[in-house]
Write a protein that binds this ligand. Structure first.
Ligand SMILES: N[C@@H](CCC(=O)N[C@@H](CS)C(=O)NCC(=O)O)C(=O)O
Length: 194
């Protein structure tokens, strides 16, 4: 049985992969784990049956046998711990990759969602400095990069990335990964078939 990921039946972003199921599907693509989709309308998400999977009636959810998870970060963390490919084998390296997962979701994503431009710019410049000209945040590509790029992509189309060229190149590098492209293709196919 393959894991099941819930996705919008009719994605409001028009299939550009900005919803939080994208990071989960991207992680599954990175580790080459096939999966199935649970297509949800907004009214499906309000139903009591769905509340048994997700107490807040949101997406994504992840079902694998008798394991049910919600919160995209927890799901990516589970995938990264379950399948090889998204976390380094050394214990300290792994903890630093997890640290970057938290940094993406706890430090950067809230700045983006809150729309506080000054604070966000400060954080972006700090991140730009830390990344420098490195390919990824800490050694090889990890779940930390996957979540950081998932969050930074939300700024595409705004001009805030304009003076952080290292971050722009970092996002482009991650988006060029075959696993990202496969996940994005599925987003656009879902939107087309809606
Ligand atoms: N912190 C949650 C946020 C989940 C979330 O906000 N999901 C959005 C889609 S990207 C959603 O379900 N929106 C509809 C709603 O909140 O009713 C996560 O990372 O999974």
């Amino acid at each position: 049985m393959y894991p099941i990921v819930s996705v919008f039946k009719n994605p409001p972003d028009g299939g550009r992969g900005y919803h939080r199921d994208m990071r989960v599907r991207w992680a599954l693509e990175e580790v080459h784990q096939p999966y199935r989709l649970r297509l949800l309308s907004f009214s499906d998400m309000r139903r009591p049956q769905y509340r048994q999977l997700h107490p807040f009636g949101q997406m994504p959810t992840y079902e694998d046998g008798d394991l049910v998870l919600f919160e995209s970060g927890a799901i990516v963390h589970h995938i990264a711990y379950t399948y090889p490919g998204l976390l380094p084998p050394d214990a300290h390296d792994r903890s630093r990759a997890v640290m970057w997962m938290f940094a993406a979701l706890n430090t950067i994503e809230p700045c983006i969602s809150s729309g506080s431009a000054g604070y966000l710019l400060q954080r972006l410049h700090e991140l730009e400095r830390v990344l420098g000209h490195d390919e990824w945040l800490d050694g090889g590509f990890s779940a930390g990069d996957l979540l950081m790029v998932s969050v930074l992509r939300l700024l595409r189309g705004s001009d805030v990335l304009g003076d952080t060229p290292n971050l722009e190149a970092y996002i482009a590098r991650a988006e060029a990964r075959p696993a990202f492209q496969r996940a994005l293709k599925m987003s656009s196919e879902l939107a087309r078939s809606a």
